[in-house]
Write a protein that binds this ligand. Structure first.
Ligand code: COA
Length: 317
């Protein structure tokens, strides 16, 4: 694992100067105290490269050893080429196939499940999965409903074929496109191209927060139950839960419904906010580096996001 967050902090008191809000409201409704925001010349691919280099270092592999690069993101540097190709170029990952996965906040877990399936199918042996987001580039800092939630960052994992009975045990992916408009960017795609909107396009992320909240809890519970059951385990067997860091209340409700105590849940939402695709891998990297994870621990990861999409993965460390 490896991760990277920009050094610039955007605190709740900074946001009080931008919109009508308060540290008390943001903290009590979301659990977020601050988020990290990219510097002026920092692209999403730069964060992805920094996280990837750290993951390669901890795996002992070189860029040329990777045969598949999967990048989960909704904030690529360019619409074309893909973010994965940008990252491949910057890393010199010359032997890899590279592609993006667009599943919003569930993007990293979609990548992990894809890596697992390709490895099991024998098509690739050493896969890098990255979740990276520069959400500050699609956040409207005049909209208090959204701007208090989001931050920037990247996380990366190296997944390798192995005969050992550890690693990814089970994964679950699901989506429901009927709810796409609950969390979306309305304009700038091919349906409503910016060129046809005379500068009036809605190019920032828009969200129906309370509806997303309800789906989030239901979906993360469903996805978690599926991977635990498929592994022949029960929630009591889970040593550590690493959920998507969207809202502390969503995490608490999900853990409660799964009967997993909050002591088993890793949280960094107060420091980084919601970093979408990057959220789960940043949290996983942090908790591993903290020394809290022991051999044979069962780690449950779960996420939900725009699309709507939701996913879980269970790993034995
Ligand atoms: N500061 C102060 N007040 C705010 C505010 C802010 N930053 N944002 C919203 N409010 C206001 C609303 O305007 C509303 O006021 P009103 O009653 O006068 O209309 C009031 O607070 C309550 O809004 P509501 O939407 O009911 O609050 P909530 O308890 O649902 O919390 C969210 C709002 C966004 C924090 C919460 O719905 C949420 O986290 N949803 C999920 C979002 C998410 O995770 N998205 C990413 C998916 S990956």
């Amino acid at each position: 694992m490896g991760s990277y967050v920009p050094s610039r902090r955007l605190t709740n008191s900074d946001l009080e100067k931008l919109v009508e809000t308060s540290d008390e409201w943001i903290t009590s409704r979301t659990g977020i105290k601050e988020r990290r925001i990219c510097g002026e010349n920092e692209a999403a691919s730069d964060m992805a490269v920094a996280a990837a280099q750290r993951a390669l270092e901890s795996s002992g592999l070189k860029p040329e050893d990777i045969d598949l690069l999967l990048v989960g993101t909704v904030t690529p540097d360019f619409r074309l080429p893909s973010q994965a190709c940008m990252v491949q170029k910057k890393l010199g990952m010359v032997n890899a196939a590279a592609m993006d996965i667009v599943a919003a906040c569930a993007g990293f877990l979609h990548g992990l499940a894809t890596a697992d399936a390709y490895i099991k199918a024998g098509q690739f042996k050493r896969v890098m999965v990255i979740g990276v987001e520069k959400l500050s580039s699609i956040t409207d800092y005049t909209d208090r409903n959204t701007c208090v939630l989001f931050g920037d960052g990247a996380g990366a994992a190296v997944v390798v074929a192995s005969d050992e009975e550890r690693g990814i045990i089970s994964t679950f992916l699901k989506s429901d496109g009927r709810y796409g408009e609950l969390l979306w960017i309305p304009d700038g795609g091919t349906e409503r191209p910016l060129q046809s909107l005379n500068g009036q396009g809605r190019v920032y992320l828009e969200m129906n927060g309370s509806e997303v909240f309800k789906h989030a809890v239901r979906q993360m519970v469903e996805a978690s139950e599926k991977v635990i059951k498929e592994a022949g385990l029960t929630p009591a067997d889970v040593t550590l839960m690493v959920p998507h860091q969207a809202n502390i209340r969503i995490i608490q409700s999900t853990a409660k419904r799964l009967a997993i105590s909050m002591e088993k849940v890793y949280l960094n939402i107060d420091k980084v906010g919601n970093t979408s695709s990057a959220s789960v891998p940043i949290a996983l990297d942090e908790v591993i580096k903290s020394g809290r994870v022991k051999r044979d621990d069962i780690i449950l990861m779960t996420a939900f996001g725009g699309g709507l999409t939701w996913a879980s993965a269970l790993i034995k460390w």
